[in-house]
Structure formats: C-alpha cells, structure tokens
Design a protein around this ligand. Sequence first.
Ligand SMILES: C[S@@+](CC[C@H](N)C(=O)[O-])C[C@H]1O[C@@H](n2cnc3c(N)ncnc32)[C@H](O)[C@@H]1O
Length: 255
Amino acid sequence: MFKSRSNYVKKPKWDTASKIESRLYGVVNPYREITGRSSLPAGKQYWTMCGAHYEATDDGIQAASGEMGQIVDSGLITLNQWRGIDRELVVIENNRKLYPEARWLCGDFKEQLAQACIRGEFNPGIINYDGVMGPKFGLAYLRSIMLLLDANVTGELFLSANFVLRSPYRKDLSFDPMKVVSTFVDKHYMVPDHWTIVPKFWHYRGGASKGSPTRMGTFIFLKKPHSGMSRFTPGRNVLDDKMPDNVQKTVVQGV
Ligand SMILES: C[S@@+](CC[C@H](N)C(=O)[O-])C[C@H]1O[C@@H](n2cnc3c(N)ncnc32)[C@H](O)[C@@H]1O
C-alpha cells in the first residue's frame, strides 16, 4: 500500500478557509450554475480523492468535517452518494472509524474507479480529482481518468481537477491557466466531442498556513451524454464559450 510521509497524512488539515472556498467555487457553485440543478440526481455518485476527515492531535484523532461534511451540508449530495478514495491506508482507516456510515475506498484513484466499473457499481455524476500534482504528471493522470470515463460513462458528468500551479519547491510549474489547458489539449488528450472545458478557473492558496506561497488551480470539464463511442470533430473549439455569465464570474476569482 502507498505510504507517504507528507504533512497532509501526518498532520492533515483540510478544514482550512481556502480549502472550504475551493470546494465551493471549484465544485458546488459551478455544478449548480452549469447544470441548473441544486443537487446531484438520486442514484448518481460523487467520487473524490477525499483526504483525511480528521485532525491528528497528541491524544489521537479528532473528527473534522472535511469535504464530505461540506458537500453533504451544502445539499449537493446525500451521504449515500459519497465515494471517498485515498491511496493512504491510514487516511481511509481513520475516516472509516469516524464515519462508518460513509463509503471509503483505499487505493489508487483511477484504479478504484476502474474496479467500481468492473463490479458494475460505477454511476458517477461528479468527479473531484483533487490530487497534489503539478500539471506535468497531473495532466497525464487526468487523461487516464478521462479515457476511462469515455469508455465507461455514457451519462452527463461534471469533472473538477485541481493542480499545484505554483510552489516554492518547483521552478518548473506554470501559473498560466490557459497554458495548462492548451498543453493538455495539444500534448495529452485529444478531446472528444462529448467534453467541453470551462475556460475560466479558480485559484487558491494551498498548504495549511495562511501565508503559504503555494497556489492551486481548479479546472472544470463537462461531459455531455454520449453513446460510449468517442467522436472527434476536426477544428472544434473545446472551450465552452457559451457558458452563462454567472459561471465565469464565479469561477474567475483569486486569492
Ligand atoms: C488535496 S488532498 C484531498 C483533499 C480533499 N479532496 C478535500 O477537499 O479536503 C489529496 C488526497 O489525495 C490522495 N491522493 C493523491 N493522489 C492519489 C491517487 N493517485 N490515488 C488515490 N489517492 C490519491 C492523497 O493521499 C491526499 O490525501
């Protein structure tokens, strides 16, 4: 099993103000504005890289609201629609201990999506790819998720993807969102007709500390229902420039 020594495993903190805002502006609000629905239809699932739903203290672990609490409290989903995946066994074990009524799966994100397909239990309406990768590896990973979705999901789908766009430790990162999008389209993924990319994005401070110089960026992809076959129209504009104004206003914000 994957074992990292990262701070987000040893001292997880996902109830920070910036993380709460990022879920609101990166998932809850755009889903509602784009689809016109206030909540995910019954039977559809919300899949996410969940992270820890607790804080580690000297006395052990203390339950935190986390993504699940926020997304359920917002009314976007009900608890039975939640599917939380993490590759860190300790994270999943602790989450399960604190919230045994919720679904927690341990393993690689894409692998767990694939396993759910094989079991015939995959009916996603929202996918939150919330890793801690820069665009270089993150875009390749995103491509592999989208290929899996192309072949296995025929219905409408909202996909939110988060990347590290600036970090004091990484000189190679690009903070230009349009450059990230064009790299994805030019080098990684030939976008089939059933996907559009929302051309605006939300960026926020990563890291637990208030003054953290790390910047995260959220990109949104929308899949229309399709037959399961990927079709490509040459020269098609993959950026959806027909989004309602309020989507763009909501998504273009800064820290
Ligand atoms: C940014 S945190 C998730 C935060 C959470 N979505 C929230 O809103 O609070 C990223 C989590 O994804 C996990 N992770 C990163 N890459 C993964 C992968 N390929 N498969 C499964 N989990 C992964 C990490 O262990 C970490 O706990």
